[in-house]
Each structure stands twice: as structure tokens, then as C-alpha cells.
Design a protein around this ligand. Structure first.
Ligand code: PLP
Length: 384
């Protein structure tokens, strides 16, 4: 039997956790650290959840999820992005994108298969590949290129063991929205080498500059692309735990087979709330997105004014400024900023080697707090 300490070593605590622990010991901390909307779920969605509870919708649903919700998810992908997946055979409802990611990787990977992961990237990508028995192969992206994925760099990382390329756009932590040509080049590579594409599109609605491209809509992509999406971010529904997978039929079928044993179904009440989110919360989403955009503009301008070079974040709710001018590495910068000025940010190195020299700041925080945080960061920079 494998000793547990070896297993634990393969499963390190998330680098973000350490900063939460330090922040918990301090008073008067402004947190730009968490990747979570600061809005409460819109009232009409909560009301649908309350109604569902009151009326006793407390049972399991079908394994793949409520047919109505799957229909809505697929219709939305078709209308918004011209991406076509059949609701009854190519879509399932998951317990958040987190389950969708884990499930997809477990279904697709055989032991030792490699998954190419452009970084800096969401902290769960590499561990989930490892837990599924695969090996994550990092490829760098550069802030000088707006963190666009370079197909030639990806191509150089392909080996006979490569099974898939895993990307997120709009991206956590950079806020980068992958330009359509970069995605088209990835699809061509995937066709040439017979690879799957796994596309985490949880921030698709939070796009401020440019337009979001659904990977599954690109010519040649559909039959090899798994699109992951959910309700946590744009609908401010993190705690409801509901997301979805749209995938070509054999992949979707396998996902349902595994999900029926491991999860059974996503929470019934949350699925009903998600139906409401898809049918009547458009105005709420539009308002929240407009609010994030206002904060984004103020915050990015403010960072630049205090001397931090900040690439334009086109989506999600993160700014990823360079802190190279401070001469500090990102871990030291984040720890000192937290201890000296009470501003919690996440060191860029947590998201992969190409994140070094940056910090991730979430602007899903009220404007007055963002302004106060800018003042504190400015004071910190002058002192360092
Ligand atoms: N994917 C990305 C890129 C994220 O940033 C997050 C959460 O921060 C998730 C997935 C997890 O989403 P969910 O709440 O749907 O599990």
C-alpha cells in the first residue's frame, strides 16, 4: 500500500490557503484574494430555490440532470455562440465546474496520459490531472503577449502520450480572453494530433473587451471538445454547486456513467434555481457584469497610476499586474503587503512559473474598498 505521506505530498495545500490563514490572524484586512462574486445570488433565483424547498423538490433528479435545465443550457450555447450539443445525449449537469473538470479528466485519461496545460492557470487544473492518473505538462504564456496561448509552444510540448489540451478562457488568474485565431490554431493542432480539447468557460459571460469564443463552436472542434460551464460566477451562485458539461456523445455518456455512481446528480433545489437563472435573470447578470466592468476600469487605471504595469484584463474579475518593479518575488510581495498594509492578494507563482512577477487581485470587491486598497498598495510600494 502506498504510504499516506506520499499521497499527501502529491496533494499539496493550495497556495491561496496560506494567505487566508495569515489574513485570519489580522484585523482590518481588505481581501482581493478570493475568486468569488461579492454579490448575493439575485433574489428571483433564491426565491426559486425557496419555492423548490417549500414544494418538496428534495429528491434526486435523473443522473444527467433535469431535462429542462439541459435544454436551456444547450439552447443558450447555440443562441449565444453557435455551439451545438444535443441536450439529451451530449449534456449533463454537474456539481459545479469543479466536478465537471474532475469527471472529464477521469473519463478521458489513462494512466500516464499527458495533458497540456497553458499557465498561469486555475490552481485546480494540475492537481485534477494528477488525481485522474495523468501528467500535466505546463506550457508558458507571456504577459507581453496578453497571455495568449501560442500554438507553436503548445505543439513543441506534444508527445505520443499527449491526450488533451486544457484551457480556461476568460482566464483565472490573468483575466485574459483568448483571441479567436489562437483558439483556431489549437483546434488545428488537436486535429493533427488527434487530441481532446477541454475548455473551462465558467467566466464566459464576464467578458468586457472583445468577445468570448466558445471553443466547441469552432470548425473541426465539436467532436473533440468538452465545454465546461456553470452558474457560480455570472449568476453569483458559488454555494449552490451547479455547473454543466457539454461534450461529444461518447464522452458525455461516459461522464454520466461515472457521475451516476460518484455523485448521482447535482442538488435538485440548485438545478431548479439554475432553471430560473437561465430563464429570468438576464437583467441581473447584465447589471452585475456592468458593475464588475466599472470596478475593473477604476482598479486597473489605479494600479497603473501607482506604477504597477497591468495588462488589460478582458474578462473574469481579476487583474494580474506586474510587480517586477518592486524587486520582490510575488510570494514575498504578497506576504509583506498583507502583514504591513492588510491587503490580501494572491502571489502569481501559485498559478504556475509564468505567474511569477505578478499578483492576482480580484476586483469582485466594492469600489470604496478597491480605492482604499489602491491607497494602501501605493503606500506599500513607496516604503519598499
Ligand atoms: N474554473 C475556474 C477557472 C475557476 O476560477 C473556478 C472557481 O474559482 C472554478 C472552475 C470552480 O467553479 P465551480 O464553483 O463551478 O466549481
Amino acid at each position: 500500500m502506498k504510504p499516506l505521506n506520499e499521497v499527501i505530498a502529491a496533494c499539496p495545500p493550495s497556495g491561496i490557503r496560506r494567505f487566508f490563514d495569515i489574513a485570519a490572524e489580522l484585523d482590518d484586512v481588505i481581501s482581493l484574494g478570493v475568486g468569488e462574486p461579492d454579490f448575493v445570488t439575485p433574489w428571483r433565483i433564491r426565491e426559486a430555490g425557496i419555492y423548490a424547498l417549500e414544494h418538496g423538490y428534495t429528491t434526486y433528479t435523473s443522473n444527467a440532470g433535469l431535462p429542462r435545465l439541459r435544454e436551456l443550457v444547450c439552447a443558450d450555447l447555440a443562441n449565444r455562440y453557435d455551439a451545438h450539443y444535443a441536450w439529451d445525449s451530449e449534456c449533463l449537469i454537474t456539481t459545479g465546474v469543479s466536478e465537471g473538470l474532475d469527471l472529464t479528466l477521469r473519463v478521458l485519461l489513462n494512466p500516464g496520459d499527458e495533458v497540456i496545460v497553458p499557465e498561469p492557470c486555475y490552481v485546480a487544473y494540475e492537481p485534477c490531472v494528477t488525481f485522474a492518473g495523468g501528467a500535466a505538462v505546463r506550457v508558458p504564456t507571456r504577459w507581453e503577449d496578453g497571455f495568449a496561448i501560442d500554438a507553436a509552444t503548445v505543439a513543441a510540448a506534444i508527445t505520443p502520450r499527449t491526450k488533451a489540451i486544457l484551457i480556461g478562457s476568460p482566464a483565472n488568474p490573468t483575466g485574459a480572453v483568448q483571441p479567436r485565431p489562437a483558439l483556431e490554431a489549437l483546434v488545428r493542432l488537436a486535429e493533427q494530433h488527434d487530441l481532446y480539447l477541454i475548455s473551462d468557460e465558467i467566466y464566459d459571460r464576464l467578458t468586457y473587451t472583445g468577445t468570448h469564443t466558445c471553443l466547441g463552436a469552432l470548425p473541426g472542434a465539436r467532436e473533440r471538445t468538452v465545454v465546461l460551464g456553470g452558474f457560480s460566477k455570472a449568476h453569483a451562485m458559488t454555494g449552490w454547486r451547479v455547473g454543466w458539461i457539454c461534450a461529444p456523445r461518447p464522452v458525455a455518456e461516459l461522464c454520466v456513467r461515472v457521475h451516476q455512481y460518484t455523485m448521482l446528480c447535482a442538488p435538485h433545489v440548485s438545478q431548479l434555481a439554475a432553471v430560473e437563472a437561465m430563464t429570468s435573470a438576464e437583467d441581473d447578470v447584465t447589471e452585475m457584469v456592468a458593475d464588475y466592468d466599472r470596478r475593473r476600469r477604476v482598479f486597473v487605471k489605479g494600479l497603473r497610476e501607482i506604477g504597477l504595469d497591468c495588462p488589460e484584463p478582458g474578462g473574469a474579475f481579476y487583474a494580474f499586474p506586474s510587480i517586477r518593479s518592486s524587486g520582490l518575488d510575488s510570494e514575498t510581495f504578497a506576504e509583506r503587503l498583507l502583514r504591513q498594509e492588510g491587503v490580501a492578494v494572491v502571489p502569481g507563482s501559485v498559478f504556475g512559473p509564468s505567474g511569477e512577477g505578478h499578483i492576482r487581485c480580484s476586483y469582485a470587491t466594492a469600489l470604496p474598498l478597491l480605492e482604499e486598497a489602491l491607497g494602501r498598495i501605493d503606500r506599500f510600494l513607496r516604503r519598499e
